[in-house]
Ligand binder design. Structure first.
Ligand code: SF4
Length: 237
């Protein structure tokens, strides 16, 4: 595992390669970002951004969304996939906001993850981007990139969140997550483009040659793994 000093150098190089990293979801307040992030599960941010203008116009706040007619809401979110599950989560989340938080999005992890459809990743996105609370969302890109580099050693998002949180300053958590996500989308893809990578000299996988994705390369031992790839994902993200 990298030290905090090494992590700072790596983050600085990645931030230079991906300047102004930020969420690509469109929103104007914490409620809208919470809705958009719930919708972003298993689909692209572009697809969510196509659906949300009409959704936010029809349901501008938690009170309106809590009283939504499910078939009407399903039609508005249909193109984002898993639309029945997402409709249930959105209405349940909004009802939770109305009944427990006066219709406002709470600025605390423990309150957010009590809401239907809201897991740590979603909560961290909203905390970090819309509520000014340090949040470190860990998605599949963050998992892949940070494990390869050696900033983390686990396939469990919560463990990786703790590991990264221990070596990165809190005020950088959210932008670091955004930067790792962009790096995972653009460079450190499942088949990595190491020749274009700003941190190849620091990357553990690249040093071992695994970054070249030799098919016979042995898998690196991981630390605590709570969920295997074959186990179903939680409906909370
Ligand atoms: S050197 Fe390769 S494997 Fe390592 S972070 Fe960069 S792209 Fe990913």
């Amino acid at each position: 595992m990298k030290t905090a000093t090494e992590a700072r150098v790596i983050f600085r190089k990645l931030a230079a390669q991906h300047p102004n990293a930020n969420t690509e979801l469109h929103y104007s307040n914490a409620f809208e970002l919470l809705v958009a992030t719930i919708l972003s599960a298993q689909t692209t941010d572009v697809g969510v951004n196509e659906a949300t203008p009409a959704l936010f116009a029809r349901y501008p706040d938690a009170v309106a969304l809590a009283a939504a007619d499910p078939p009407e809401l399903e039609r508005l979110v249909q193109k984002t996939g898993f639309f029945r599950q997402k409709t249930r989560a959105l209405i349940g989340m909004a009802q939770g906001l109305v009944s427990c938080h006066g219709g406002q999005v709470p600025a605390a992890m423990n309150d957010l993850i009590e809401l239907p459809g809201v897991g740590r990743k979603t909560a961290n996105v909203v905390l970090g981007h819309a509520l000014g609370v340090p949040g470190l969302p860990v998605d599949r890109h963050v998992l892949r990139v940070t494990n390869r580099i050696g900033l983390a050693q686990s396939e469990d998002p919560e463990v990786v969140e703790q590991q990264l949180g221990g070596i990165l300053p809190a005020h950088k958590w959210t932008v670091a997550s955004d930067t790792f996500i962009l790096h995972g989308r653009r460079v450190c893809k499942p088949k990595p483009m190491c020749d274009r990578c700003a941190v190849r000299d620091e990357c553990d996988d690249h040093r071992r040659g695994a970054g070249l994705h030799h098919p016979a390369a042995p898998a690196r031992p991981r630390a605590t793994t709570r969920r295997s790839a074959t186990q179903p994902r939680s409906s909370k993200t």
